[in-house]
Design a binder for this molecule. Structure first.
Ligand code: FE2
Ligand code: FE2
Length: 203
């Protein structure tokens, strides 16, 4: 699935994985820490299946939700401090900022600079068009980790083992139709990601 950036992160990975786990443990409730470990194990397994760097993928997964339990005011304040501009969706629901804020904290607190890791954390809530494969593995793992239980999850697990792009397409189609049923708009990045995946499949 293409080449991956190599930088100092590679050598520091085992230590970083430990610190990332510690940060997630310190920041999160038992329930969400368990979710995080589920995502980390699933993302790492998907990475191995699909020829992606497993440790880097695990690192992003361990950190993806570290800001998920910050309150709306705290997220807005952190975003302001970090120069993250909330879009219309994030102004309405500041929890949408937990990915971008977590990516910035991974950079500041753990010194992570790898763009694939930071990008995967940043966009894990909405997805993004032209998503990188590490980010794709984390995005899909977030929806199918062992703690997830909804009617189509078993099918998605099988799909993800075969093809991450098809799994993401299926997830996004379900998200879009769920939002439609609820009369809610789908985030433009999610819509653009789905359009990108569909064009990719057709091409
Ligand atoms: Fe999240
Ligand atoms: Fe999550």
């Amino acid at each position: 699935m293409g080449s991956h950036t190599e930088n100092h992160t590679e050598k520091a990975l085992p230590a970083l994985l430990q610190r990332a786990d510690g940060l997630a443990r310190a920041r999160l409730s038992d329930r969400r820490y368990t979710h995080t470990l589920g995502v980390a194990d699933t993302a790492e397994r998907l990475a191995k299946l699909h020829g992606l760097p497993p440790q880097k993928t695990r690192l992003a997964a361990l950190l993806h939700d570290v800001s998920r339990e910050s309150g709306p005011d705290e997220l807005l304040q952190s975003a302001g401090r970090y120069g993250i501009k909330p879009d219309e969706f994030a102004r309405e629901s500041p929890i949408m900022l937990h990915g971008p804020v977590a990516a910035e904290e991974a950079r500041r607190e753990l010194g992570i600079q790898d763009p694939e890791v930071l990008g995967a954390i940043r966009i894990h809530t909405t997805g993004a068009p032209e998503i990188g494969s590490v980010a794709l593995a984390v995005y899909v793992a977030d929806k199918i980790e062992p703690g997830r239980d909804y009617p189509s999850v078993e099918k998605l697990r099988e799909l993800a083992a075969r093809d991450l792009y098809e799994a993401a397409t299926s997830i996004l189609r379900a998200t879009e139709s769920h939002n439609e049923d609820q009369g809610r708009p789908t985030h433009p990045d999610s819509r653009r990601m789905l359009a990108w995946l569909e064009a990719r499949e057709a091409g």
